[in-house]
Write a protein that binds this ligand. Structure first.
Ligand code: CAA
Length: 379
């Protein structure tokens, strides 16, 4: 075992850090305030290879490992978690799932454009009455021979309006329960597909979260991913990898807040000395740094297992469970260290504290991660 990143991994980390500082930082407060999607920045991230990092170069991807991906996710998330959730969904849920389970035709038609960021993808599983309880899909995909007739509503969909390609999970045969579910590729503009209202969120306000409505949308059979009835398994397997990305996002939010807290503690004086010279602050920083390092180790372990082709379900769930709690704790302490300044937008930590919460909710809540981990432990 060694703890040394390769030259290539270090270069990816540096490139993501530079991009975040120069391109994402300048407008991040404004985008958060006005709920503005970072369209231009995402386009540039695509040009730099951040939107299809792990995809095989023959499909226009970066051909990188999962460690490189989590390093980039951490750096982007330190500055702008709204941009990083778009990146995470496109990389882990859309590109990865399509590359692993899609047909050659689907890869040519969709993956090649998704991997460059020319178009953005969305992953549509959650519904008004099926969030954690994902097997209870109400959206239906009726088999009509050459096509599926898609009807239903999806909720809280990341990249809901900015995406062009949507992977939609829907029930074809209710009698078969989760074994009768399919995953279909739906394109924006297909008749009957309407993007619904944009959510006004507590955090990751620059990200584009919408409900989606499908009314008699004809989806060609060629757009089904995998065999008939494979859709739920597809969703679960894809989410296992997605959780590593979201864990890295949580880590980045925590690390970003920690770095700001250290900087502030070295600059700000109280009672005649810098905050960093007070033991009360030193101990907070020591706890924060330890939590961050532990989260990073869990995440890198999960990414390493995935790259090795080993079972990473438990490792990914543990990484997300732990890192999302670290994001809560560290951002709250970062605001506390900043005092009154921490409560205003200019100092960034209040945004990071708001952004942190969602990492305990999406791609499986904290409670779902505990369910996944305990099932793995006991099976
Ligand atoms: N990996 C692979 N397969 C899994 C799995 C996993 N982690 N968890 C369950 N499965 C499989 C099971 O093996 C089973 O398949 P078989 O019958 O073929 O063996 C099938 O899925 C059903 O599993 P259960 O019988 O355990 O079903 P359940 O209803 O008791 O539990 C659940 C299922 C694990 C709770 C699942 O519903 C779940 O993961 N819920 C959370 C959903 C989620 O993460 N949503 C996130 C939305 S996407 C998002 O947030 C993206 C974004 O925008 C950022």
């Amino acid at each position: 075992m060694h703890f040394q990143l390769s030259e290539e991994q270090l270069a990816v980390q540096q490139a993501a850090r530079d991009f975040a500082q120069t391109e994402l930082l300048p407008g991040v407060i404004e985008r958060d305030t006005h709920q503005k999607f970072p369209a231009e920045q995402i386009r540039k991230m695509g040009e730099l290879g951040f939107m299809g990092m792990m995809v095989d170069p023959k499909y226009n991807g970066g051909g990188m490992d999962t460690i490189s991906y989590v390093l980039a996710m951490e750096e982007i998330s330190k500055i702008d978690a709204s941009a990083s959730v778009c990146m995470s969904v496109n990389n882990s849920l859309v590109c990865w799932g399509l590359e692993k389970y899609g047909s050659e035709e689907q890869k040519e038609k969709y993956l090649k454009r998704l991997a460059t960021g020319e178009v953005v993808g969305a992953f549509c599983l959650s519904e008004p009455e099926a969030g954690s309880d994902a097997t209870s899909q109400r959206t239906t995909a009726e088999d009509k021979g050459d096509y599926y007739l898609l009807n239903g509503t999806k909720n809280w969909i990341t990249n809901g309006n900015s995406a062009s390609v949507y992977i939609v999970i829907a029930q074809t045969d209710p009698e078969k329960k989760h074994k009768g579910i399919n995953a279909l590729i739906v394109e924006k503009g297909m008749p009957g597909f309407v993007v619904g209202k944009k959510e006004d969120k507590m955090g990751i306000r620059g990200s584009d979260t919408h409900s989606l409505m499908f009314t008699d949308v004809k989806v060609p059979k060629a757009n089904r991913i995998g065999a008939d009835g494979f859709g739920f398994s597809f969703a679960m397997t894809t989410l296992n990898g997605g959780r590593i990305g979201i864990a890295a996002q949580a880590l980045g939010i925590a690390a970003g807040a920690y770095e700001l807290a250290v900087k502030y503690a070295k600059e700000r004086k109280a009672f005649g000395k810098h905050l960093s010279e007070h033991q009360a602050i030193q101990f907070k920083l020591a706890d924060m740094a330890t939590q961050i390092d532990a989260a990073r180790l869990l995440i890198h372990k999960a990414a390493f297992f995935k790259d090795q082709g080993r079972d990473f379900v438990q490792a990914a769930a543990m990484a997300k469970l732990f890192a999302s709690q670290v994001a809560q704790d560290v951002t709250t302490e970062a605001v506390q260290i900043h005092g009154g300044y921490g409560y205003v937008k200019e100092y960034h930590v209040e945004r990071l504290m708001r952004d942190a919460k969602i990492t305990q909710i999406y791609e499986g809540t904290t409670e779902i991660q505990k369910m996944v981990i305990s099932r793995e432990l006991l099976k």
